[in-house]
Design a binder for this molecule. Structure first.
Ligand SMILES: [Zn+2]
Length: 182
């Protein structure tokens, strides 16, 4: 097990677009393992490399008993949206809000051995692919909320105990209040 500390909102790494993976080497396999261990420990339904301070386009997911990872993801989204689904994020401990997302997503990318993979997800799985790929672009779920929800979320963030309290190397294991944090 190599559980890493999860970066919280306010850490600039979460706003920094991640770089594509070019070397499918031992280090990448260790990153996938660290992400998986950290996600399962939290527990969360997904985790992107920037959330543990690594600026590479890699995420892991654990949705509907399906555990996996994707590298250099490229998404194709349905026009049909789920406007009401609740979403959380391990970088915003304890907070979840309705966040509009496409209902279906096809995610193309690579596995850690450099083999091309295509994943198809609906509902929570599709939501997870979108949330994690956003992390790789420095986009956070608050950016996807409608303005009314975003206002509520920002107020809750300002009042959260964790906000502004962290140093970049702060060792903390935030525990999500439910299984849906990403
Ligand atoms: Zn997240």
């Amino acid at each position: 097990m190599a559980i890493q500390s999860i970066r919280l909102f306010g850490d600039p790494v979460l706003r920094t677009p991640a770089e594509p993976v070019t070397d499918f080497d031992k280090e990448l396999r260790k990153l996938v393992k660290d992400l998986t261990d950290t996600m399962l420990d939290a527990p969360g339904a997904g985790l992107a490399a920037p959330q543990i301070g690594v600026g590479l386009r890699v995420f892991t997911y654990y949705v509907d008993d399906q555990l996996g990872h994707l590298i250099n993801p490229d998404l194709d989204l349905s026009d049909e949206m789920d406007e009401e689904g609740e979403e959380g994020c391990l970088s915003f401990p304890g907070l979840s809000y309705p966040t509009p997302r496409a209902i279906r997503a096809v995610a193309k990318g690579f596995n850690m051995h450099g083999e091309p993979v295509t994943l198809e997800g609906t509902d929570l799985m599709a939501r997870c692919f979108q949330h994690e790929t956003d992390h790789l672009d420095g986009i956070l779920f608050i950016d996807r909320m409608d303005p009314e929800q975003r206002k509520l979320a920002k107020k809750a963030i300002r009042e959260a105990e964790w906000f502004g309290a962290q140093a970049p190397t702060f060792k903390l294991s935030p525990h999500a209040t439910h299984g849906k944090a990403l």
